[in-house]
Design a protein around this ligand. Structure first.
Ligand code: UDP
Length: 236
């Protein structure tokens, strides 16, 4: 039995690096693909928004003299590279999947539409959504919020290195404690860095709950899908 029928999974580009400093760690990628296939085999409809921070971020490019819009376009292309890697890893496991892009780039992937994504999921394909929103000045977290709402996902699952939302950064402050549940408003009021504010606001205004959990521990994605209380549940 699964708690969710349709999910939007957000994977950051950085999480694909594993212990590397840049690019893609094949072992981490394969581990993610296996975890994702396990829940697909349980009948869950899955769309995945993938980030690009392991390759390029527009904002850090501006520090080095890049034009912001061109830098963001480079970042969006980075998400397409990661999406191809994930598509390939899922394909290697025999998992059918479809890569959609928010910027036209056939034959790399088909141009995104809500209907293409839903039709593919209903046929049992995992949908990989790349290029974020397709616009500069946004992030893939905002892309996840937008696509999660559009495809009528039951929940956005934000897979991270940390096992939930904490009072402070647990990698820097040993006294930080974890929230089991938290409201969108508490995130604003406490100034917590769960996602950027644009993404959080979209989820709040459209009532898309978020579960933040540690995706690097194999088996956790399945636990979340079964409704086990791991991670932090973000709600209205
Ligand atoms: N990006 C963008 N518009 C979007 C999504 C992403 O311009 O809708 C660019 C932006 O430059 C961003 C980069 O793509 O820095 C990579 O995305 P993000 O930083 O969200 O990746 P993550 O942190 O999840 O790896």
């Amino acid at each position: 039995m699964t708690k969710f029928r349709r999910i939007l999974l957000k994977l950051s580009g950085e999480s694909l690096m594993g212990d590397k400093q840049y690019g893609i760690d094949e072992a981490r990628l394969a581990s993610y693909a296996e975890q994702i296939k396990t829940i697909a085999d349980m009948g869950v409809q899955i769309s995945i928004v993938i980030g690009g921070g392991n390759i390029f971020r527009g904002l850090s490019g501006t520090d080095k003299g890049f034009d912001r819009v061109k830098g963001d376009q480079m970042g969006m292309l980075a998400t397409a590279i990661n999406g191809l890697a994930l598509s390939s890893a899922l394909g290697a496991l025999g998992q059918r999947n479809r890569l959609l892009t928010a910027i036209r780039m056939e034959p790399v992937g088909q141009f995104y539409s809500k209907w293409k994504a839903i039709n593919a999921m209903e046929k049992g394909e995992i949908v990989i959504l790349t290029c974020g929103t397709g616009n500069p000045f946004f992030t893939t977290d905002t892309g996840s919020a937008l696509r999660g709402i559009e495809i009528e996902a039951d929940v956005m699952l934000k897979g991270t290195r940390v096992d939930g939302v904490y009072t402070a950064d647990p990698e820097k402050d040993p006294t930080a404690t974890k929230f089991d549940t938290i409201s969108y408003d508490e995130i604003y009021n406490k100034g917590l860095k769960v996602m950027d504010l644009t993404a959080t606001t979209m989820c709040k205004e459209n009532n898309l709950p978020i579960i933040v959990f540690d995706m690097d521990t194999p088996g956790n994605l399945e636990k979340v899908i079964k409704g086990e209380n791991i991670g932090t549940y973000v709600h209205a």
